[in-house]
Design a protein around this ligand. Sequence first.
Ligand SMILES: [Zn+2]
Length: 445
Amino acid sequence: MKTIKITLAFAFLALNLGFGQEKEENQILITNVKVWDGISDKTIDADVLIEGNKFKEIRTGLKAPKGSTVIDGQGGTLIPGLIDMHTHIMLWGGTTEGTYEYDAYGQGARAIKMAEMLLEMGYTTIRDIGGNSLSIARLVNEGKLQGPRIYSAGPVISQTGGHGDWGPSNEGPGEGNYQTMVRNTHVVDGVPEVIKATRWNFRNGANFIKVMAGGGVASTFDPLNMTQMNIDELKAIVEVANAYESYVAVHSYHDRSYNQALDAGVKSFEHGFLITEPTVKRMSETEGVFWSWQPYGSYTLFAGGFPEWFTPDMIEKGTAVNKGALLVPPLMRKHGVTVVLGSDMFGDEVIYARQNIVSAKEVPDTGYTDLEIMKMATSNPGKVLTMSGPGRDPYKEAKLGVIEVGAWADLNIWSEDPTKDVKVLESDDNLKLIIKDGKVYKNSL
Ligand SMILES: [Zn+2]
């Protein structure tokens, strides 16, 4: 028995070392491109050299190192790989139906398809903000499955009757349902229960925590104007997150719930389409606080009518949100709140993820320029994602969302410059090259 163990250990070691051969770092030189670094006001002419999975050199006149792959960018614009800060790859067909027909394995297999679709659309990183994508995130991050880099919140944390309570109406208190069984959501009440759920998420690798802190549009039991979780529960969740040097994100729409979450020390504020100027001002004055914006779901989509499965109650809630979707973005700009874009699409709807960036420009009179909008899908998220902290940030070793020497080699090449017109993102035909982690995933140059 002992001999077998030793032999196996040696076999494993040999595989890892490639039988003593030194592994050469893959090099890619990209020429003939305009480079937008994710931060600057302008593009520059430069060649970009990738070594392994990082950017090695960015300047004009670079010579191709021996054995490197050379890609002619054909005058396109090279930008950081896109980042979507609000996805739900584990959920589709709504949260109270659809997924019920499949067990967790089917659901996971399907989620991988969603992740692959996002990568093929130019997304090299996503923040999956609710749904049990914890194992899938780990497998992608370990390179065992294909997809964008994933920061996962794991199961959402909701109170009974909250926006994450997706059980049937005849379910008794604490009985559980399909969505709690596959751990897309924890339905928990009281400080000890919320602490246990939050710790369970971190135990299983969550990079941050998502809490349902106010009413939602597409849920059955909760009016939009209610607060969810009391201040003690919220503070307890934030305390656990802080113990991991990580942070908490909240789903919420209105002043009362935003302010309660600010009191508790929450940093990531989703939706918020019913908040007023004093709350926006308070956000801008609070260290580390940022807003995650869904222009497609709140404005463009609802402007075209509501989904067929919406109940009259959901339509009323959606109408209020659609109105607020016009008012809140200009206030965020006025007060200089850090903004990131998140599409909030479920399942197959991820094909609209890029439309969420285009929609940010479609909302009238926000004042945001195309350049500012592109930052919300690249460098702003890159910065915000480091808030997962050294113990829970899987990519802490280098920067995300920027084209910079030493940063992770994640990029897109577009035929035209999206910082001048985000509409370029509407068509796949304009997307010429996708590189994630130094590997080419699309090349139509
Ligand atoms: Zn969402």
